[in-house]
Design a protein. Structure first.
Length: 196
């Protein structure tokens, strides 16, 4: 048996309350952490896709902050799971282009830069998402994985081992924490996740 040390993290929950968690997946799920950024925080209420080979993939998303443009998206630094080379978009069916650079955090905020402008994140719900297509495009943006649940607990990412976490299919999250495109996709998958 291996015992790993970890530090406590103090994160404000994105769930409306403990009563906001209504129905979960029994025994939780295992998250494939090798796709994530080591040392960052994977927030509760993060969308996850159906398990493949026993592991669920995270649908990477981030809330765009004030000062965001169509080529430079400002997001919270210690909570972003995006990596250079991944394709992002802000509007389902819209433009999707590769991340060319990610800045070092300044006052907790990082700049995610794309080589070609995507649809304006602030005008399209305020979020960016990871795209499925391997190539850039002016149309056809779609989620990398179809969301089927949201995580119930935040944790610090350790990419050396997969993480078990509770997963919720019915619940209420605080307004503005998940993104309308993900909420719509969750409902299509049969989940009842609401922002309140």
């Amino acid at each position: 048996m291996t015992v790993k040390k970890s530090s406590d993290i103090n994160i404000v929950s994105r769930f409306a309350s403990n009563k906001g968690k209504v129905a979960d997946i029994p025994s939780g799920v295992s998250i494939k952490t090798s796709e994530l950024v080591a040392g960052t925080i994977l927030l509760d209420a993060t969308a996850i896709g159906r398990a493949s080979s026993g592991l669920c993939s995270v649908l990477k998303s981030a809330k765009a902050l004030t000062g965001t443009t169509t080529t430079v998206i400002k997001v919270e630094g210690n909570k972003s799971q995006f990596k250079v080379g991944e394709k992002i978009f802000s509007l389902v069916g819209g433009k999707h282009y590769a991340i060319t650079a990610i800045s070092a955090p300044t006052a907790g905020v990082i700049d995610i830069t794309v080589g070609t402008a995507i649809d304006d994140p602030l005008a399209n719900g305020g979020f960016i998402y990871q795209n499925a297509a391997a190539t850039d495009g002016a149309t056809g943006a779609a989620f990398l994985v179809t969301p089927v649940a949201i995580t119930g607990t935040a944790f610090e990412v350790d990419i050396t081992s997969n993480q078990s976490v509770d997963a919720w299919v019915i619940g209420a999250v605080k307004y503005g924490t998940v993104g309308s495109a993900i909420l719509s996709a969750l409902r299509t998958s049969g989940c009842a996740i609401a922002e309140v």
